[in-house]
Ligand binder design. Structure first.
Ligand code: KG4
Ligand code: ZN
Length: 367
């Protein structure tokens, strides 16, 4: 390895949605976490516009990489690998990151690691709490995904236990915030309002919690409709909508189901560690209730700090470093951006060998 210390120095690039993230880690130590977000450009549309996101990634890429290298105080030449989110995500947005990663890796003569966005959301916790226990149950909740995953090795084995059958948890927060005219993204603002509201004020439905429902799948679209109807009825009657109580009651319905199912999955599988990741893991009530229920069930809870829960490059670097540490094959130069990369593939080796990287490394095209 290029450095005398034996832990791999890896740069990670994340562009699956609206955040251009570039992170640098050494093994499980975070050195830099630079993020440029285009979220403000999407706000007036109430959701991420793929073409706007792709263009923003293109503009932000080089400056964000430079910023991360500066923050980490390392030279690109010292890297042991370049990791990138190969999927899942927005196709055009992913393509910008994958192309940039290839260009840097090739020019630097470093191995390229195409990794899975969801596995990265899990692996990032190594930067906060050290090596992931094996196995670990992971609850991933964001604007794009809501899944329960069981992993015995984050570089090679991620097993889906359950997932949302309709909306993602974060999507539900965003939609309800929109109905309440609270802006985008909805999660943080609902979290704030909910703190001053009564979570028991309105009994909103808990999706897929009946005795015959799938134990680990989620559904938030019925809840979303119920909340929207409740608000409409209030407005139609000319009554004021109690925003804080609606926010608190809606939030409670979401986090009650998420934590209940996650704890149940741990118990059923005999797993004593639960990690929660993704943007919704920043939710204060989710964190508190998960802590309470895990403690009661004898489960150790691991939740990274909010900045590592939302999309970032450090999580990609963390998984890339783990790939290097475990001697996983590098990706080939024809690594595709795969918008629907299955969660069961933490890493994408590609279809061709990677031998030619060594030829390039002698020349070190990057100056
Ligand atoms: O992981 P992330 O940054 O991007 C995706 O991959 O989707 O997650 C963004 C999502 C948004 O839906 C946002 O509303 C939600 O995470 N979110 C929250 C909170 N902070 C962000 N949801 C609930 N409570 C929060 N405090
Ligand atoms: Zn994500």
């Amino acid at each position: 390895m290029a450095d005398s210390r034996d832990e791999p120095l890896v740069l990670g690039i994340e562009t699956s949605c609206d955040e251009t993230g570039v992170g640098i880690v050494r093994g499980t130590t975070l050195l830099a976490d630079a993020v440029a977000s285009s979220v403000d450009e999407h706000a007036r549309f109430g959701g991420v516009v793929p073409e706007v996101a792709s263009r923003a990634h293109l503009e932000a890429m080089v400056p964000t990489i430079d910023r991360a290298l500066k923050e980490a105080g390392v030279s690109a030449r010292d890297l042991d690998g370049v990791a990138v989110t190969a999927g899942p995500g927005l196709a055009g947005a992913l393509l910008v990151g994958v192309s940039a990663a290839k260009a840097y890796a090739y020019a630097l003569g470093k191995p390229l690691y195409g990794v899975n966005h969801l596995a990265s959301h899990i692996c990032v916790d190594q930067l906060e709490h050290g090596a992931l226990p094996e196995p670990t149950m992971a609850l991933l909740v964001s604007g794009g995904h809501s899944s329960l995953l069981l992993s015995s090795d984050i570089t090679s084995d991620v097993r889906p236990m359950g997932a949302t059958i309709d909306d993602a948890a974060g999507e539900a927060f965003d939609k309800i915030a929109r109905v309440l005219n609270l802006g985008f993204p909805g999660g943080p603002v609902i979290d704030r309002y909910a703190r001053e509201g009564d979570p028991d004020a309105i009994a909103f439905p808990r999706g897929l919690t009946g005795p015959r429902d799938p134990a680990y799948d989620f559904s938030f679209s019925g809840l979303k409709t119920a909340v929207a109807r409740w608000i409409e009825a209030k407005r139609a009657a000319g009554e004021e909508v109690p925003v804080r109580d609606v926010a608190a009651s809606f939030q409670e319905a979401v986090v009650d189901v998420l934590t209940r199912k996650a704890v149940r999955a741990c118990k059923d599988e005999g797993v004593d560690h639960l990690m929660i990741g993704g943007g919704v893991a920043a939710n204060s009530r989710l964190r508190a209730l998960a802590q309470e229920r895990c403690e009661a069930a004898g489960i150790r809870l691991r939740v990274p700090r909010p900045k590592l829960c939302t999309d970032n490059g450090a999580m990609v670097a963390a998984l890339g470093a783990e790939m290097v540490a475990r001697n996983r094959a590098a990706s080939s130069w024809d690594l595709p951006a795969d918008s629907s990369l299955p969660v069961t593939e933490p890493h994408v080796p590609g279809t061709h060998g990677h031998d030619h990287v060594h030829e390039v490394s002698k020349e070190n095209l990057y100056s």
